[in-house]
Ligand binder design. Structure first.
Ligand code: ADP
Ligand code: MG
Length: 448
């Protein structure tokens, strides 16, 4: 039984127009469980497209794709997202890590999509993987503080945390020096040989072809031919149990971190963002209300609800389909949500003209505006020097030069010691707000 079966799959962009692209043409292949496959070909030949089609991140224009004998074409978007989350681990050339989350939280994220709510379990799993890949000491740092090789190992840990049987790796060593590349290749080889993962790796570098059991050569959207690597003996094919996790209930559906644009990623991340934002607002509420709130925040983030509609849904009684908050609380939560969304959007807005008027760099102005928002309610009585310190730290955090922990420590420290000298309550509120803003900002489309 094959674990992946692609039959006459094509992906056509801009069909019928003069700039029609046949990214994938009539691709047919079958992959057995525990195989190591390489897809090889020049840039632009359709390798990533083929991988995305197998991953369920892109629906083919024509043809069929089955994974674990389930036809992806028959799944709706939710089912496809579940499938992606439980069956596929993806590793990318550009790592695709979220720079506002810690190393550990990046690895944990796919667990959140599974709705695994026990924090200890999630953390335990993540730390085990981080330890295995030698990056546990860096768990609390942010990804950009680590080397390329280390960042790719975070990416691999993230691809393993849900015990996905299939690893798809799109040019995973394309950005690495030769030593880190060798390390990543050894990890993938180990995962295949010792943990019996099915690996499909894309590369345009012929040096690595020996790692695979079979190599598919691609050109101009087509699979031209297939070469079996005799040195690497094909193992006997075994029947794989179809994952029972299909029946799991998921709180949140989110595809992993495809090689899509930031704007597309934002769409995919809306459920997760909604969860974080709604937990932030509603910790004291019961689960049914939180879930409903989450739904409305999702709709607000994706623009399906406008501001006042969102507020009304918070207010409306639970029986009538609302969240059932009292009017004051609804007004408060709605205002908080709007403020955070506005602050997040503010980071993306074009402020060049305004900045010039005030003789400031655009980024400086944004930092000032964000700082003003952050200090508005809890740190009103700070002096100019404290404000300047906070601005400096906010700027560093926005540029991902420091992580959340360091940011908190720094604004907490006494002024004499280089900190902002704020009280504990203000420190926590500011740090929490800033992290939520960073997360909501992630992937928002740039306003033109
Ligand atoms: P590879 O991964 O082998 O470099 P891709 O699968 O990314 O190639 O792309 C295959 C072809 O499809 C390329 O010519 C690319 O420019 C084109 N292509 C990819 N995505 C799109 C898209 N969204 N719209 C139009 N053309 C695309
Ligand atoms: Mg590619």
């Amino acid at each position: 039984m094959s674990i992946v079966k692609v039959t006459n799959a094509s992906v056509v962009y801009n069909k019928g127009s003069e700039n029609q692209v046949n990214a994938l043409l009539n691709a047919t292949l079958e992959i057995e469980p525990k195989e190591y496959i390489i897809i090889f070909g020049p840039s632009g030949c359709g390798k990533s497209t083929l991988l995305n089609v197998i991953a369920g991140l892109e629906r083919p224009t024509d043809g069929e794709v089955s994974v674990n004998e389930e036809n992806l074409g028959e799944m709706n978007d939710d089912q496809l997202a579940k499938f992606h989350c439980t069956e596929i681990g993806m590793v990318f050339q550009a790592y695709n890590l979220i720079t506002s989350l810690s190393v550990r939280d990046n690895v944990i994220l796919p667990q959140m999509f599974l709705g695994i709510s026990d924090k200890k379990t999630r953390r335990g799993k993540a730390d085990k993987l981080l330890d295995r890949f030698g990056i546990l000491p860096q768990a609390n740092k942010i990804p950009t503080q680590l080397s390329g090789g280390q960042q790719q190992r975070i990416g691999i840990a993230r691809a393993l945390i849900n015990d996905q049987p299939i690893i798809l790796a799109d040019e995973p060593i394309g950005n690495l020096d030769s030593k880190s590349a060798a390390n990543v290749l050894e990890i993938l080889k180990d995962l295949n040989e010792k943990e019996e993962k099915t690996i499909i790796m894309v590369t345009h570098n012929p040096e690595y072809l020996d790692y695979a059991h079979r190599v598919f050569y691609m050109k101009d959207g087509r699979i031209e031919h297939e070469v079996v690597n005799k040195k690497k003996k094909q193992r006997k094919v075994e029947k794989k149990n179809i994952s029972s996790s299909r029946n799991n209930e998921f709180d949140i559906l989110l595809k992993s971190f495809p090689g899509l644009s930031e704007a597309q990623l934002h769409l995919l991340m809306i459920p997760f963002k909604a969860k974080v934002l709604s937990e932030y607002l509603l910790t004291p509420l019961d689960i049914d209300r939180i879930q409903r709130m989450e739904g409305f925040i999702k709709d607000r983030l994706s623009g399906k609800l406008v501001k006042y509609e969102f507020r009304m849904m918070l207010d409306k009684s639970f029986e009538k389909g609302g969240v059932g908050l009292d009017e004051r609380t609804a007004a408060h939560y709605s205002a908080e949500t709007e403020k955070i969304m506005e602050s997040a959007r503010l980071l993306r807005r074009d402020f060049k003209g305004t900045a010039e008027k005030f003789n400031l760099e655009e980024f400086e102005l944004k930092v000032k505006l964000i700082t003003r928002y952050l200090t508005l309610s809890f740190a009103k009585n700070i002096d100019e020097r404290q404000k300047a310190r906070i601005e400096q730290l906010v700027g560093m955090r926005l540029k991902s030069k420091i992580g959340k922990e360091i940011f908190m420590k720094a604004i907490d420290a006494p002024f004499k010691e280089g900190g902002a000298g704020l009280d504990k309550r203000a420190v926590q509120k500011i740090a929490r707000d800033l992290e939520v803003i960073l997360l909501v900002n992630f992937g928002l489309e740039e306003k033109k």
